[in-house]
Design a protein around this ligand. Structure first.
Ligand code: MG
Length: 333
């Protein structure tokens, strides 16, 4: 199934609500991508409850991934895991399992930055080469691109993530998180101006969320959904446009859970058309957190010698993507 001399890496994702196990090969095949998502009984993610979910489901997820790929532990060439950023208790589950598997199999341990993995699986499955990336999800909002050895952060949120803003709004409005607000927005007609905060290439959503919540019960919900989604997406599109010009690239890659948004994509495509840039969107199965993205980034790191000793594999809850030496990009991967 895998070419002679090819490598195979198993990747574990456990930064937040998802426990995922993926397996990837150096020829770019995703051999397994098993995901289990913790669903809080109410409100947001409770880190300890999520970590208990991950510990419970881990043996089953690992077994399913290996079975799906038709592989045994000894067939693997490396064990990768999300070292951060993310929630401490959740990260610890994935890290502990990865260390145990690496020690048991005697294969290298590969510590992967979760954000970099979203980007790399996006490059793999869409075929784009050197994009400006908009990484938007429940916990992250950043605009980045590869320049001189690293993924540089051109812009980011100064407070809450774009996905979080829309999820919290939807939950407080009683319709549930995304995609509900976007679905309601399609039936909206009247636009209510909300605070629009773009500072250079950075964005801020908390004032906008507060203002939108104050309008609940005062205006039609569909109109309010239209107003909040259009405002959030316009802010993202504007900053992305600035980054595109700054980095002088002609590809845009949209990754993270909010890459599933049809309307956001439409707006970005309209903007890209003005700059002769191509838009690539990660498909839904790789948009949310998943193990395949960790496995594939593990392959890239393994090929460029970026592995870690067990004693140096402490989790990094605040690990930023611009701290990562993207050594594989230097060798053209
Ligand atoms: Mg994520």
């Amino acid at each position: 199934m895998v070419r002679e001399g090819g490598r195979i890496v198993l990747g574990i994702e456990s930064t937040a609500h998802t426990f995922g196990v993926g397996i990837a090969s150096s020829s770019g095949e995703i051999l397994a991508n098993v995901r289990y998502v913790y669903k809080p009984r109410e409100g947001g993610i409770h880190p300890r409850e999520a970590s208990q979910h991950h510990s419970r489901i881990a043996p089953k997820a690992l077994k399913e991934a290996l079975e799906h790929a038709g592989l045994r532990l000894r067939d693997l060439d490396g064990i990768a895991f999300s070292i951060g950023p993310g929630m401490g208790p959740c990260l610890r589950v994935g890290a502990t399992i990865a260390r145990a598997l690496a020690l048991k199999s005697g294969k290298p341990l590969i510590a992967v930055n979760h954000g970099v993995a979203h980007i790399e699986v996006g490059r793999l499955v869409t075929g784009c080469r050197d994009p400006v990336v908009l990484y938007v999800a429940g916990g992250n909002t950043l605009i980045t691109g590869y320049l001189e050895g690293r993924y540089r952060i051109f812009g980011e949120t100064l407070d809450i993530a774009a996905g979080n803003c829309l999820d919290v709004f939807g939950i407080k409005a009683g319709i549930g998180p995304m995609p509900a607000p976007e679905e309601y927005a399609r039936r909206g007609g009247k636009f209510h101006p909300l605070p629009y905060r773009v500072k250079g290439m950075d964005v801020s959503f908390s004032g906008l969320l507060t203002a939108a919540l104050k309008l609940l019960d005062k205006v039609r919900l569909e109109d309010l959904c239209l107003s909040i989604t259009e405002t959030v997406y316009s802010m993202l599109t504007e900053t992305l446009e600035r980054a595109l010009a700054f980095a002088e690239k002609n590809e845009i890659l949209l990754v993270g859970g909010l890459a599933r948004s049809r309307r956001l994509r439409e707006m970005i495509e309209a903007m890209a058309g003005l700059h002769n840039a191509e838009v690539y969107v990660v498909p839904p199965e790789y948009a949310g957190d998943n193990g395949a993205m960790i496995a594939w980034t593990g392959i890239l790191q393994l090929m460029s010698g970026q592995v870690v000793e067990v004693e140096d594999s402490r989790i990094r809850p605040r690990y930023r993507i611009d701290e990562v030496e993207a050594s594989w990009r230097r060798i053209g991967l």
